[in-house]
Design a protein around this ligand. Structure first.
Ligand code: ATP
Ligand code: MG
Ligand code: MG
Ligand code: MG
Length: 471
């Protein structure tokens, strides 16, 4: 019997429960008290204050399956969806944690035993990395896993050194990779071709052994900690004998729902659209279930961007009526038991998806037509003028990244600086209009305050993407 995604999640948690870990529920996607973080993007987020010692729990070992969204800020995999075999905007991160309890040796032992003994992964397909100076981890992988030195790769980059922030806990990490075999482009970790999809990272072990006190000063923690994260979908792919995350049972059933609803073959030339729809259905629905609603700023704007990208693909598949809301039952059926919030929020998820798609459809088609006309005037790889991208944004509700996503398929870019200029011109015009009105003084104050706060609300997001300025 081939284990399902749901069964694999349970096996992971049970294994760590048996090994003395408290099984803790996933925290919401909107971090409770961390305004600097757009969405929960790792299992450790809910334990941040436990790692720093600010908060005490009545357990020192924990295990979770954590809902994660990586669609903005420091970790943004939105542009990978539809292009790689291993990235989603929404995924589940399986993790085990030690708060000053066990450390490197036990963490490696627990991880290795789980994947090779409980789950039976082929040892000769596993590779690991260590931070280049971490001789201890190198030795432990040799001793515990019996791995040949050639498959324990020393990595000198920040990929293998984790830090909570500019200060706070930090330390080296080890990543575990599964080799999906020749024929798939990509090279082993550390090689120039490592970014391909042949050697896929499944598990990341962080050894929190230092504290960065100031920029210059780093001290050893008296009681080091462990934080790990393994992508449930990537693990499931390996266990179900699939290379691609989108071929596992759970995601495949969403792709089939999309194919059934549109009458477009799941694996034909439109396969990418089905993949994007399946992925964005999960992130949109889980975000709505956790209280995010589409809006024009902050988290709500990220949700809107994800939804509209999916809706463009629904349109591409020829769906005449709104599509996304019709796929919600398939998602609830797959994930409602593990995440009852999906069942509780099913009505609002459905209505939100339906309303947003109905409204966006009113402008989507005309916007696409304008885009087609404008690109028709361009040379083969010439960029789209910024003011056209701005008109699509302002009049037709096309987030900049949607326009970029559509053009990427044609090998074309947007003149981003021109887009920013058009945006700034409109803001200036709006300010002039405000200051001319009777209530100018107070209204202008509010306007400026909102602009200022709006721009600094989510640092990770607004400083890194062009759309952040919009938000
Ligand atoms: P990659 O290098 O493949 O992008 P990562 O190093 O960014 O992965 P981590 O931040 O170490 O990932 O997260 C821990 C684990 O979560 C990864 O080992 C992987 O299994 C899983 N994971 C990370 N990002 C994604 C994603 N976008 N979709 C699915 N699983 C993911
Ligand atoms: Mg990544
Ligand atoms: Mg990585
Ligand atoms: Mg990693």
């Amino acid at each position: 019997h081939m284990p399902t995604t749901n069964e694999i999640r349970t096996s992971f948690l049970e294994y760590f429960r048996k090994n003395g870990h408290e099984v803790v529920a996933s925290s919401p996607l909107v971090p409770r008290n961390d305004p600097t973080l757009l969405f929960t993007n790792a299992g450790m987020v809910q334990f941040k204050n436990v790692f720093t010692g600010q908060e005490k729990r009545d357990y020192v070992r924990a295990a979770t399956a954590q809902k994660c969204v990586r669609a903005g800020g420091k970790h943004n995999d939105l542009e990978n969806v539809g292009y790689t075999a291993r990235h989603h905007t929404f995924f589940e991160m399986l993790g085990n944690f030690s708060f000053g309890d066990y450390f490197k040796e036990r963490a490696i032992e627990l991880a290795w035993n789980l994947i090779t003994k409980e789950f039976g992964l082929a040892r000769d397909k596993l590779w690991v990395t260590v931070f280049h100076t971490d001789d201890e981890a190198f030795g432990l992988w040799k001793k515990i896993a019996g791995l040949p030195e050639s498959r324990i790769v020393r990595i000198p980059t920040s990929d293998n050194f984790w830090a909570m922030g500019d200060t706070g806990p930090c330390g080296p990490c080890s990543e575990i990779f599964f080799d999906h075999g020749p024929g798939i482009p990509g090279g082993p970790p550390g090689s120039p071709e490592a970014d391909g999809d042949r050697y896929i990272e499944i598990w990341n072990l962080v050894f929190m052994q230092f504290e960065q006190v100031t920029k210059e000063e780093r001290v050893s923690l008296p009681r080091p900690s462990i934080d790990t994260g393994m992508g449930l979908e990537r693990l499931t792919a390996v266990l179900q004998g699939k290379h691609d995350n989108y071929d596992i049972d759970l995601i495949r059933s969403l792709i089939m729902a999309s194919a059934d609803a549109t009458n477009v073959a799941p694996d034909g030339p439109q396969a990418v659209s089905h993949r994007v729809i399946a992925d964005h259905l999960r992130s949109s629905s889980f975000l709505i279930a956790d209280g995010v609603l589409p809006s024009n700023e902050g988290r709500g704007y990220v949700l809107r961007r994800i939804m509209r990208r999916a809706m463009r693909h629904a349109h591409k598949l020829g769906a005449v009526d709104p599509l996304m809301w019709r796929l919600v039952p398939a998602l609830v059926q797959q994930m409602g038991q593990a995440y009852p919030e999906l069942i509780r929020a099913q009505a609002i998820i459905t209505e939100t998806l339906k309303l947003e798609e109905t409204r966006f459809r009113a402008t989507l088609e005309r916007g696409l037509k304008l885009l087609e006309e404008e690109t028709g005037k361009l040379g083969s790889s010439q960029a789209l003028a910024g003011d056209v991208a701005f008109r699509l944004y302002d009049t037709y509700g096309f987030p900049l990244d949607l326009t970029q996503d559509i053009l990427r398929g044609q090998g074309r870019k947007v003149d981003n600086a021109g887009f920013e200029r058009a945006m700034e011109e409109q803001r200036a015009a709006a300010r002039r209009a405000w200051s001319g009105s009777g209530e100018a003084a107070t209204e202008k104050l509010w306007f400026e305050l909102k602009e200022k706060l709006g721009a600094s609300e989510f640092l990770g997001y607004s400083t890194e993407t062009a759309e952040g300025v919009v938000a």
